[in-house]
Design a protein around this ligand. Structure first.
Ligand code: NAD
Length: 394
């Protein structure tokens, strides 16, 4: 199992090094005048966003499982911008809510399922792909039931709570010969792709340091934060929820896997929000090339989503880095500060279409189950490093 994960991850690293991180993505042609990336393999390939939309009958059919905050406010509206994907089914424990959204998105009410009759989705040929947008602890069960019903799966981050669950998801998808993709939207978002391209192009000189900070105030009065404060449903605290973006950034910007990890955790004593899950996590990663990454996550300060890349000759600052829209990228060098103008694109539509495209072309998606497993493995090591106070060799 771990050999195949290693093989998959080193394939990805090679693709990134070749500039293939841009493959199939709208950033080609979207980069403004200031950045002129060197020609890459990706630029030789057609970008799906420049392709015409498929006719409705050729688009792949998607079912959404879990009609919560993220699904209803970001994902469902994004289907309007998809060229290869259409929303055809909903899975919810709340029939009235599902009917309301079915009407809004022209989903046939016969394609509304609940958590009990979910498995009968196997008999619905309109559904090709199921998108799991449930609390973290339910990702494994609903992904596995989904592939066993013969459907391809997109699963939200974090992939699952434990390494064993991630492995079971990968095995189940393999056995059913279905694709499994983890919804790492930042890996489909043009500003993050430009950051990878610039960092790996040598334009910053030799890479030395990445800092990546993700923070927000947990508010368990909001329904979507209620389960996040419960270890059983969330799996972890700020690290599992948003620190995963810091970890991802360090991995996709270097295109490498860390070889050593150290970490520290602190939660404000007597703050009821942190009875079960942690507040602050700081971790340091060392990569084979010598790049260090100082990463953090917090549930205790106001919205922060910032990435910085320090090279021997120049520095990149992406802030906001992993927001839904409106990113800002600044290149700081001896020529001063230059804002990099890149056309914002709907990253959700891009990632959704990426999985449809991978299925149509029978290719491995760029962020498969192995990518989600690697993050869960590393997050477990971060917890261990914090618990033991020792630097851990990966
Ligand atoms: P949410 O609470 O708003 O939505 C979860 C949905 O699951 C709700 O509709 C809820 O009714 C349903 N549900 C079913 N069984 C449940 C149970 N046993 N307990 C609680 N809820 C249950 O949460 P959300 O913010 O939409 O997050 C859902 C998933 O999406 C999480 O895995 C989260 O990490 C991920 N997410 C990803 C992003 C991103 O940018 N990629 C952003 C937000 C959330």
């Amino acid at each position: 199992m771990f050999d195949s994960v290693k093989k998959e991850l080193s394939r990805r690293a090679l693709l990134y090094k070749a500039g293939f991180g841009f493959m199939g993505l709208s950033v080609v042609g979207a980069v403004g005048n200031i950045i002129k990336p060197a020609p890459t393999l990706a630029q030789a390939a057609p970008a799906p966003s420049n392709e015409p939309s498929l006719p409705p009958e050729k688009k792949l059919g998607w079912a959404i499982v879990g009609l919560g905050e993220f699904a209803t406010k970001q994902i469902m509206p994004s289907f309007a911008e998809c060229k290869k994907s259409k929303l055809v089914a909903l899975v919810s424990g709340d029939r009235a809510k599902a009917e309301k959204y079915a009407q809004q998105y022209s989903v046939n009410p016969k394609n509304i399922y609940n958590y009990q009759n979910y498995d009968s989705i196997r008999n619905n040929p309109e559904v090709d792909i199921i998108y799991i947008i449930l609390p973290n602890a339910l990702h494994a069960e609903y992904s596995i039931r989904g592939v066993q019903a013969g459907k391809h799966i997109m699963c939200e981050k974090p992939m699952a709570i434990t390494v064993a669950e991630c492995q079971a998801m990968i095995e189940a998808a393999k056995k059913a010969n279905r694709k499994l993709m983890i919804a790492y939207r930042a890996q489909y978002e043009p500003y993050n792709l430009a950051t990878i391209q610039l960092a790996q192009s040598g334009k910053l000189g030799k890479l030395k340091l990445i800092t990546s900070d993700h923070g927000r105030n947990l508010n368990p009065k909001e329904p979507q934060d209620r389960w996040r404060a419960q270890k059983k449903l969330a799996g972890g605290g700020s690290l599992y929820d948003i620190g995963i973006y810091s970890l991802q950034a360090a991995r996709y910007i270097t295109g490498e896997e860390p070889v050593a990890i150290s970490a520290m955790i602190y939660s404000t004593p007597n703050d009821p929000r942190f009875r079960e899950v942690e507040e602050n996590v700081n971790f340091v990663l060392r990569f084979p090339s010598g790049v260090l990454a100082n990463c953090s996550s917090s549930y205790g300060y106001s919205n922060t989503k910032r990435i910085q890349v320090f090279g021997s000759d120049a520095v990149l600052e992406l802030d906001p880095a992993t927001d839904y829209y409106k990113h800002r990228l600044i290149l700081k060098s001896k020529n001063g500060n230059q804002e990099q103008k890149i056309e914002d694109k709907n990253q959700f539509a891009l990632e959704i279409d990426h999985l449809s495209e991978s299925i149509i072309q029978n290719k491995q998606p760029k962020t498969p189950g192995e990518e989600g497993l690697q993050d869960v493995k590393l997050m477990q090591l971060i917890y261990e490093a914090a618990r033991t106070g020792k630097s851990i060799k990966v």
